[in-house]
Design a protein around this ligand. Structure first.
Ligand code: PAF
Length: 275
């Protein structure tokens, strides 16, 4: 496995077969490992699996969240090695961004609500770094977790609108045994918060069985707010394609939430097929 840290090293990388990129911010957990296994499959026996590990400062809206983001590079590299990853790209901030950088990629529709509304600038940072990673690695395909469904939708839109020649592959959310969606932020939860957090998924799943948008939202809110710890950042029912507020249940929708436990913000969602 090669570990590269600069764009020059990446440019000098000999071309392999199909290059599949798994973009990450490190602190790899079983969810990431599932993406890497899927990457191996998508690359095929002659292809090359590349993992980027970069805590992207320009997608964080809260400096405290950036500072506290877990960084576990040695462990991450060991995991990548074990899973047969071919190349890890782990740049520092100075190798990714020029001090006077003045170009940002902005998506204006799908990123307006949900996480985009409560985390200003977040998706600009994501689009900008993801496009740079695509260009730097010359990847043919890239794999993203469906847990971040808004991120996935925004990236698919960027690739479509800018004619970026990269196939985007979504991978189902991986959950802990108690239903909590895997996230690098889970390790920062206080023990009592970690024990309480599976209520998020339970609340979404049971509310999704109800038959009007208002009943669904009220039930999910009541279940989450029954926690002495959880604070809802947003809870919304949106159209699965447009990500705009769902008027009824006649089209596929997504029930999505972001919930704070202390200063740790967790997101989750469930898909609602059309009635
Ligand atoms: O999902 C993430 O971990 C990040 O948003 C990504 C796609 C690696 C961009 O920094």
């Amino acid at each position: 496995m090669q570990v590269l840290t600069t764009r020059d090293e990446l440019r000098a990388l000999p071309l392999c077969g199909r290059r599949v990129l798994v973009p990450t911010m490190g602190a790899l957990h079983d969810g990431h490992l599932a993406l890497m296994r899927a990457g191996r499959e998508a690359a095929g026996p002659d292809g090359c699996v590349m993992v980027s590990i970069f805590v992207n400062p320009i997608q964080f809206d809260r400096p405290g969240d950036l500072a506290a983001y877990p960084r576990t590079l040695d462990n991450d590299l060991a995991n990548c090695r074990e899973l047969g990853v071919d190349v890890v790209f782990a740049p520092d901030v100075g190798s990714m961004y020029f001090p006077d950088r003045s170009i940002t990629v902005t998506e204006t529709l799908l990123s307006a609500g949900l996480c985009g509304a409560t985390r200003p600038g977040h998706f600009d940072g994501v689009c900008t770094v993801v496009l740079k990673l695509f260009l730097l690695t010359s990847c043919d395909a890239a794999i993203f977790g469906e847990k971040d469904f808004q991120q996935l939708a925004v990236i698919r839109r960027m690739v479509r609108d800018l004619d970026v020649p990269v196939e985007i592959i979504g991978h189902p959310t991986i959950r802990e045994a108690d239903g909590l969606a895997m996230s690098s932020r889970n390790v920062r939860l206080a023990p009592e918060h970690r024990a309480d957090a599976p209520r998020i998924h339970r609340a979404l799943v049971s509310a999704a069985a109800l038959d009007t948008p208002s009943a669904i939202l009220a039930a999910a809110r009541a279940d989450i707010e029954a926690s002495p710890f959880a604070r809802i950042d947003y809870l919304e029912l949106v159209d699965a394609e447009t990500l705009q507020t769902a008027a009824d249940l006649t089209r596929p929708n997504i029930l999505a939430t972001a919930v704070f436990y202390g200063d740790v913000r967790l997101i989750d969602h469930v898909d609602l097929p059309s009635n």
